[in-house]
Design a protein around this ligand. Structure first.
Ligand code: MSP
Length: 676
């Protein structure tokens, strides 16, 4: 929020429409959603923008790999994103698609505007380009083809006529901006990186492509399309109606808080404010760069194939559980590692044993000892637990205030930690006061009422304050307390200790955050994941049983037929019976109604084989095309989903969930070469 303006505008990056969403995408979106709920509950006019980035060479290629028209491809992916965000209870204000007509109009107007002001010229650009990042990469001069540091895929040389934006003239103005407004780039460590980058000197920024057809035409030169990052960044203003007549929200909401992953900070903290300065538009309020979720120790990304699938996540966990975990577990701005085990532990410790238990034990006592009604209590009863009750009230008050402060500065985990510390204090108070003992003596009823009212007040405060983080759980607690209306509309500023009306009836008590059976759920999750079986989709075999990483090379059939004893040792002759060949993936596609299988055709030198592999949850089909793989070629053919599989792709089975990592080669190896 700005000092001068009582409005809040938050954006997420717009997500590439080239593959289905994963936890990395959900993360930024659920933080934006939480912040919007936070400010809205405090009466601030709020707007939350998210959407999809649908242009550029990468999208073109993803559609080509699927063999469908680009528009159909992006429509399908956008549908998946929207549906996923819906089932995770994300309530955005507007969804922008860069294929929307109003966006195109806005982007072309921004271009014209910059051109008229003299900030665009024509030249030639040549450099190493990563099609997955959609950007040119700065790499050291070397003879061989360098790899993208993010995706570890080969870079391509791109040289073509291009229009440029005169970024080089903006160094001083940008440095002044970072200097005078330290909150502009956050967190501090990222701000320092950005300052160092700009201080090192800026080069003009190439903003058009001749080679890319799937893009917005450059005004006045239809041979060129507008570079996808120029197009994408502009979404933050076109979505409010800048440069088009579809919306009139620009004056009401701009400038924005941009939430972005640290991998795309430079675009947002350097290129974007420079473009806006050149256009004479106010720069954003803040660009906050968060860290990366890792899984299995590596950044989670579709290209690396280790993403946490949101369909599986939603199948076992509620939106509140996932949201709480993400906000509590990861310090906003730093990296974090995702494991299902850690998620279940948090759910059990903090939600089931914490908030859920506190709320249900308090309400159950109200039902048992007070006839389902909020008891009447003198506000500072001079009873034996009077001073402890005072401490509880103070602890809750302080936690509420700290939660506010921490959320205002994006320290979500600290804010939640403070609230949970207060919760423990309330729990201890109940345990010390032993209401179940007080209830036995009629002369202690006043004390009992005071203890229960204190606990009820604490729970009510927690429900209000946690509404942005646990929208469903907080509302359920609110109703069980017998409160009417929506807790998300109850501004924390209205919270008064003693605000509960004596005599009010409490609602039906239901478990809000049930405990999860970790062992059982982990088993189910593993069974769901094809990798726990193998890269070929067969039943569990010997090769997959190692706990951390194992190569699933030996088919169970071969082991069963072996003459060896039970010690697992095989002879060289037995090993030689397995024929493994180098191959290149020619085509890769999903199989309708088989979430886990990919259909591949692989050139193994002497022939082209069709192989079905159970890796669809971990690899995007298009990322496999052209990849060298190892195929077990003398495995008996089998049918799956009515399709023939004639071979097995060799993969390591990594981590407890058995994520498949396909075996490949550093050097160029010809197809058909045998492994021995
Ligand atoms: N289309 C561009 C953004 C344009 S914004 C004008 C883009 N798209 S993306 O789909 O590749 O990534 C979107 C966001 O997801 C980025 O902020 C990126 O950092 C984030 N994440 C991708 N993987 C992530 C994790 N493993 N963890 C956390 N966030 C991650 O870049």
């Amino acid at each position: 929020m700005t000092e001068t303006k009582r409005s809040f505008y938050v954006t997420t990056p717009i997500y590439y429409a080239n593959a289905k969403p994963h936890l990395g995408h959900l993360y930024t979106t659920l933080v934006a959603d939480t912040l919007t709920r936070f400010w809205r509950q405090r009466g601030i006019d709020s707007f939350f923008l998210t959407g999809t980035d649908e242009r550029g060479v990468n999208i073109e290629r993803a559609a080509a790999a699927r063999g469908i028209p680009v528009q159909q491809h992006v429509d399908e992916i956008v549908g998946e994103f929207q549906e996923t965000f819906r089932v995770f209870n994300i309530e955005y204000s507007r969804w922008i698609r860069t294929t929307d007509a109003f966006h195109k109009e806005g982007v072309q107007n921004l271009w014209r505007h910059l051109d008229e002001r003299g900030f665009i010229y024509r030249g030639e650009y040549k450099g190493w380009f990563c099609v997955y990042c959609n950007e040119f990469k700065e790499v050291e001069e070397r003879a061989e083809q360098p790899l993208c540091p993010t995706h570890e895929r080969p870079l391509e040389i791109v040289a073509e006529e291009s229009y440029f934006f005169k970024l080089s003239g903006f160094g001083d103005r940008l440095l002044k901006l970072y200097e005078s407004r330290p909150e502009f780039v956050q967190p501090e460590s990222r701000r320092n990186e950005v300052i160092a980058f700009v201080a090192g000197g800026l080069r003009d920024f190439s903003i058009s492509r001749i080679s890319v057809k799937w893009g917005i035409e450059v005004p006045g030169d239809p041979r060129h399309t507008i570079y996808v990052w120029f197009d994408a960044l502009a979404n933050y203003i076109t979505a409010l109606g800048w440069g088009n007549r579809s919306f009139q929200d620009f004056d009401r909401f701009w400038p924005a808080l941009h939430l972005v992953g640290k991998d795309i900070l430079r675009f947002h903290a350097v290129y974007w404010p420079a473009l806006l300065m050149a256009a004479g538009i106010e720069v954003p309020r803040t660009v906050f760069a968060h860290g990366m979720w890792h899984s299995g120790g590596r950044k989670m990304s579709k290209t690396l194939g280790n993403v946490i699938d949101l369909y599986a996540l939603r199948k076992y966990f509620t939106p509140d559980q996932v949201r709480y975990f993400c906000l509590r577990e990861m310090v906003f701005g730093r990296d974090g590692d995702f494991t299902y085990e850690a998620l279940i532990d948090r759910v059990n410790a903090d939600l089931a044993a914490g908030l859920g238990n506190l709320s249900s034990r308090t309400l159950t006592m109200v039902r048992a000892y007070c006839g389902n009604r909020i008891p009447l209590s003198a506000s500072n009863a001079g009873n034996e637990f009077g001073s402890e009750a005072g401490e509880v009230r103070q602890a809750v008050g302080q936690a509420v205030a700290q939660f506010e402060r921490e959320f205002e500065r994006y320290s979500f985990s600290l804010g939640l930690e403070a609230v949970w510390a207060a919760m423990s204090r309330v729990d201890k108070f109940i345990t010390d006061a032993q209401p179940w003992e007080l209830a036995k003596s009629p002369e202690k009823h006043e004390t009992l009422n005071h203890v229960l009212c204190t606990a009820l007040e604490a729970v009510r405060h927690l429900a209000v304050i946690l509404a942005p983080v646990l929208p469903e759980g907080s509302q359920a607690v609110w109703q069980q307390l017998g409160q009417s209306g929506k807790v998300c509309e109850f501004g924390p500023a209205r919270l008064r200790w003693g605000g509960l009306t004596a005599g009010g009836e409490i609602g039906e008590i239901k478990a809000i955050f049930p405990r999860m059976d970790k062992g059982k759920i982990m088993e189910e999750i593993k069974l769901d994941e094809p990798a726990a079986r193998s890269a070929e989709g067969r039943a569990e075999g010997k090769g997959n049983q190692a706990p951390t990483a194992a190569l699933s090379v030996v088919p169970p059939e071969a082991v069963a037929e072996s003459e060896s004893g039970g010690d697992g040792i095989i002879s060289i002759e037995e090993f030689a019976r397995v024929d493994m060949r180098v191959g290149t993936v020619l085509t890769a596609e999903r199989i309708p109604k088989a979430d886990k299988l990919l259909k591949l055709t692989v050139d193994i030198g002497a022939e082209v084989r069709q192989v079905l592999a159970g890796i669809a949850l971990y690899y995007e089909p298009e990322s496999l095309i052209g990849q060298k793989v190892v195929v077990v070629t003398n495995l008996a053919p089998r049918k799956m989903r009515g399709l023939d599989s004639n071979g097995m792709i060799v993969a390591a089975s990594v981590g407890p969930e058995g994520r498949p990592v396909i075996v490949t080669f550093k050097e160029d190896v010809p197809n058909g070469a045998r492994l021995k």
